[in-house]
Ligand binder design. Structure first.
Ligand code: 9Z3
Length: 334
């Protein structure tokens, strides 16, 4: 499994279907594993068509905040990337993430005075929207809220141009847009934070190896071989945003793996923080791994049982990160 990922290992395609679907041959072939480096990845895959439009929005947003001398800016990534199985995509593999962590965290960063670039999976939760995303009545409640602070906060965000929403769908979109964002945030140096909460696919099928048309099911099951997505944290930390404060998340389901893998990621990439979380307890407890420290942030039983606006773990995460980021900014000036 380390050298290649086999999914949907339910059977085989027949030679007939391969002949009628030439791209399928290479997908099915077994071949020596070769890890693609990020630079090669960008030459092998085409940039998303919306990239120039996204870059124009980034340029405008960043120029505005440079002029305003906005003290801090954060890129929040949120939601799961998809990996298409066909060039004309009917099917895809998705990564788990509702976008709650990213959307909630963006709200807390805004409250803390950050300008926020919210890079999210299309149609996943957005800051403020998440309060009524599944319930239209909730929008009315929200707008008629007694909680005037909440509403005036939203108005301020609009008038102060503090929130930029940009989207991705596939892992390729994600990587191209992420690299572009780093270009625009370079002038902010240590004042820029990267908060990488999106759930990013580990495996993908390169466009040249993908079938053009819908994979046919007439001949039974399907075996897929996928390449490994390049480890983008390495160039992010060392080349694209070496001055900035970088926080990545590590998601596991096996408790025994979480801390070792989070520590391994920190050592391997050398950024500032890895936040480890388990799928089943992610809304209640997370573990911070930094170069000096390891500690857990949790909601208490009492906090979890509050029925009227229960606290969110993201409030504690963002609080802690804002504190650590301040130390980092001061240290970078020294
Ligand atoms: C996370 O671990 C996020 O905390 C969750 C949030 C996806 C669990 P929800 O959106 O869930 O609130 O439903 N993100 C995973 C980040 C990730 O994929 N990291 C990669 C890795 O560990 C690279 S940065 O390899």
């Amino acid at each position: 499994m380390d050298r290649k990922a086999e999914v949907f290992n339910a059977g085989r395609d027949s030679p007939d279907s391969i002949a009628s679907n030439p791209g399928a041959q290479s997908v099915l072939e077994s071949r020596p594993y070769e890890q693609i480096d990020p630079d090669t990845y960008f030459t092998m895959n085409s940039a998303p068509t919306q990239l120039p439009a996204v870059e124009a929005q980034l340029a405008e947003f960043v120029t505005y905040h440079q002029r305003q001398e906005t003290p801090r800016i954060v890129l929040v990534t949120s939601g799961g990337t998809i990996v298409p199985l066909e060039n004309q995509t009917v099917r895809f593999i998705d990564n788990f993430s509702a976008g709650t962590r990213g959307a909630a965290s963006a709200e807390y960063f805004l409250q803390a005075g950050y300008a926020v670039i919210f890079m999210h999976r299309e149609r996943s939760l957005q800051p403020f929207n998440r309060h009524f995303a599944q319930d239209k009545a909730g929008l009315l409640d929200y707008l008629c809220a007694d909680d005037a602070d909440q509403v005036s906060g939203t108005v301020q965000i609009q008038t102060k141009n503090l929130l930029l929403l940009i989207t991705f769908m596939t892992v390729a979109d994600y990587l191209f847009v992420l690299r572009s964002v780093t270009n625009y945030l370079t002038p902010f140096g240590s004042r820029a934070m990267y908060y990488l909460a999106a759930a990013v696919s580990d495996f993908f099928i390169p466009a040249q190896k993908m079938t053009e048309h819908k994979i046919q099911s007439a001949h039974g099951g399907l075996t897929l071989t996928m390449d490994q997505v390049p480890k983008f944290l390495r160039p992010l930390v060392h080349e694209w945003a070496p001055q900035s404060y970088i926080v990545s998340f590590k998601l596991e389901t096996d408790e025994r793996l979480l801390i070792p893998k989070a520590k391994h990621a920190l050592m391997r990439y050398g950024h500032q923080v890895v936040i480890g979380n388990l799928l089943l307890t992610r809304k209640r407890t997370v573990t911070f791994i930094t170069r000096q420290d390891q500690f857990t942030l949790s909601l208490t039983n009492d906090e979890c049982q509050q029925t009227m606006s229960p606290p969110e773990i993201e409030a504690k995460i963002v609080d802690e990160l804002v504190r650590q980021h301040t130390v980092f900014v001061v240290g970078s000036r020294a």
